[in-house]
Write a protein that binds this ligand. Structure first.
Ligand SMILES: Cc1cc2nc3c(=O)[nH]c(=O)nc-3n(C[C@H](O)[C@H](O)[C@H](O)COP(=O)(O)OP(=O)(O)OC[C@H]3O[C@@H](n4cnc5c(N)ncnc54)[C@H](O)[C@@H]3O)c2cc1C
Length: 216
């Protein structure tokens, strides 16, 4: 899985200037008062001003993770690679440590398989991918269209997309997908690297916003 920050637009100053336009005011430099204003805006849920700054990523992830990420839609646009046009059947997400099905929660997992069972699971997993891939190639060789042949490929297939969202959309995504109930692959493979990437933007353009959201 890969999270690449491609571009970003706006900063903390953009947020406070969007708020200050209510009074017909604007500032050129961010100061101490603005830090308090950002906190106030978050505390009082004046979230519209956080819709102005945008961040763009290229995400490379298996289809089962892509499906979860794509459930987040408000303030976001995403475009994916198309299996109708491109054969990208050569890259799959590999699982190294298989987790057991949780007994207490329908949507979770807990603990790990024994070392021996983990080795068997890895073999079964890889075997299934190889069979699916060989079937896909066979269908293509018979002249079947990519758009139909792709139906046999597994959810482990790695897809990629360009994902653009407002800093508010990212906050909504982080709130849900950094939670321990979220599937680990989505949490640690996408949500957390996205947060780290925004934190690490040179010059810290969203430093005060991230602080007010509780991420710094
Ligand atoms: C642990 C977990 C398990 C899940 N399991 C499933 C599952 O089994 N099946 C499944 O289909 N999905 C599942 N989801 C996805 C979930 O239902 C949401 O679709 C997803 O988390 C995106 O959240 P959202 O709808 O808040 O995001 P967005 O659609 O991006 O919305 C962001 C925010 O905008 C506001 N908003 C959005 N739409 C409206 C509206 N119509 N009116 C007013 N305000 C709005 C809300 O404040 C919302 O939180 C799961 C999510 C998690 C985290």
């Amino acid at each position: 899985m890969k999270v690449e920050l491609l571009s970003h637009f706006g900063d903390d100053l953009m947020v406070v200037n969007a708020a200050r336009v209510s009074y017909g005011k604007s500032k050129i430099n961010f100061d101490q008062k603005d830090e308090s204003l950002i906190k106030y805006l978050v505390q009082h849920k004046h979230f519209s001003v956080f819709k102005h700054p945008q961040v763009q990523f290229r995400l490379t992830f298996p289809i089962f993770v892509e499906r979860q990420v794509f459930k987040h839609q408000i303030g976001i646009e995403a475009n994916s690679i198309s299996g109708r046009y491109v054969d990208f059947s050569d890259t799959y997400y590999m699982i190294e440590k298989f987790r057991k099905q949780s007994k207490s929660s329908k949507q979770g997992s807990e603990g790990f398989l024994s070392v021996e069972d983990n080795e068997i699971a890895k073999k079964v997993y890889l075997q299934a991918i190889n069979v699916a891939r060989a079937s896909y190639e066979h269908l293509l060789a018979l002249g079947v269209s990519k758009e139909q042949a792709r139906a046999v490929l597994p959810l482990a297939l790695e897809s990629q997309c360009i994902w653009t969202g407002s800093i508010l959309a990212l906050k909504n995504l982080w709130e849900q997908r950094l939670d321990p109930h979220t599937q680990e692959e989505t949490r640690e493979g996408v949500a957390r690297p996205m947060l780290e990437a925004v934190k690490n933007i040179q010059g810290g353009p969203f430093k005060h916003t991230l602080k007010a959201f509780g991420y710094l």
